[in-house]
Ligand binder design. Structure first.
Ligand SMILES: [Zn+2]
Length: 288
């Protein structure tokens, strides 16, 4: 699917998924402990090259009545090059442009949920000039994630990641923020936060919808369908592999128990599908 905007309905919400950017990753970072032969066979089954695993960055808009809730904010957009450690780069996220295409102004957004503080999820909160993009929104984020990135706990994290947090999240300290502290905490009507720690210190997943129909937004608990098929395959991008695996099992069992469709941020756009259970094993099936 090449489109940049995907629409569906989820339990009372009009849902729009935007493709903010396409990126590519490498198998050596995505599957650091996989047996090479097994990995190559598995990747061939998904038709991907180990040096070029395509991966979208997305943002999801949920609308119901006057509520306009944005889940994650994209990588951001910059007209001018940004200078970092003597190097320059330009951010080319399309979220704002795609919102405008849907006649949605950034000032219409009532809530922004930040699932965790990696650049592809927080980059769009402020402009490179330091102006808040979603001026009227309440921001929902987990206290653990905030504490990790805003204290010395994150000192060993990549400098670029810290730069993104300092510019896109830390300035919210004087803003309109709801700090999530509980597992299964309702953020707003129809959206519940689930602790999904491991990828980062305080990542959250979300249950979206009503009693008739629910979707599980897993953010980066799984970066590729092979992380569902092979729960032991670890990624370089996870902070804590043990916690990540616990979270993976927790989310799969939850989706299975409640017959929920899943949305995965980095899977083939728009990242919707199901996890099928076979005993202790799981298999990802795209909803196409
Ligand atoms: Zn991500």
């Amino acid at each position: 699917m090449n489109a940049e905007i995907f629409k569906c309905k989820i339990g009372g919400f009009e849902c729009t998924i935007f493709k903010d950017l396409m990126f590519k990753y490498q198998a050596k970072d995505y599957f650091i402990n996989a047996n090479e032969k097994e990995l190559n066979t598995a990747l061939r089954n998904y038709n991907v090259n180990p040096d070029n695993i395509p991966s979208p960055y997305i943002a999801m808009l949920l609308q119901k009545g006057t509520q306009k809730i944005l889940i994650d904010s994209g990588i951001g957009f910059s007209e001018e090059p940004i200078v970092f450690k003597g190097k320059t780069f330009v951010l080319k996220g399309k979220l704002q442009q795609l919102l405008a295409k849907e006649n949605i102004s950034t000032t219409d957004i009532t809530d922004v949920v930040i699932t965790h503080f990696h650049p592809d999820h927080i980059g769009g909160v402020y402009t490179p000039e330091g102006e808040l993009v979603f001026k009227n929104a309440k921001f929902h984020l987990h206290q653990e994630e905030w504490d990790f990135w805003n204290t010395s706990k994150s000192d060993s994290q990549p400098a670029l990641f810290k730069f993104f947090v300092e510019n896109n999240v830390t300035p919210l300290k004087n803003g309109n923020v709801n700090f999530i502290t509980q597992d299964y905490q309702e953020i707003c009507e129809g959206i519940t936060s689930i602790n999904a720690f491991g990828h980062t210190a305080g990542q959250i997943a979300l249950i979206i919808g009503d009693t008739n129909e629910k979707l599980l937004y897993i953010s980066d608990a799984f970066l590729h369908p092979l992380h569902i098929d092979r729960l032991d395959w670890q990624t370089n991008y996870d902070l804590d592999h043990k916690k990540s695996k616990k979270t993976r099992i927790k989310l799969l069992e939850l989706a299975n128990k409640e017959s929920m469709k899943i949305n995965a941020f980095h899977f083939d756009f728009p990242g919707l599908g199901f996890a099928e259970r076979n005993g202790e094993k799981w298999k990802w099936v795209y909803d196409k």
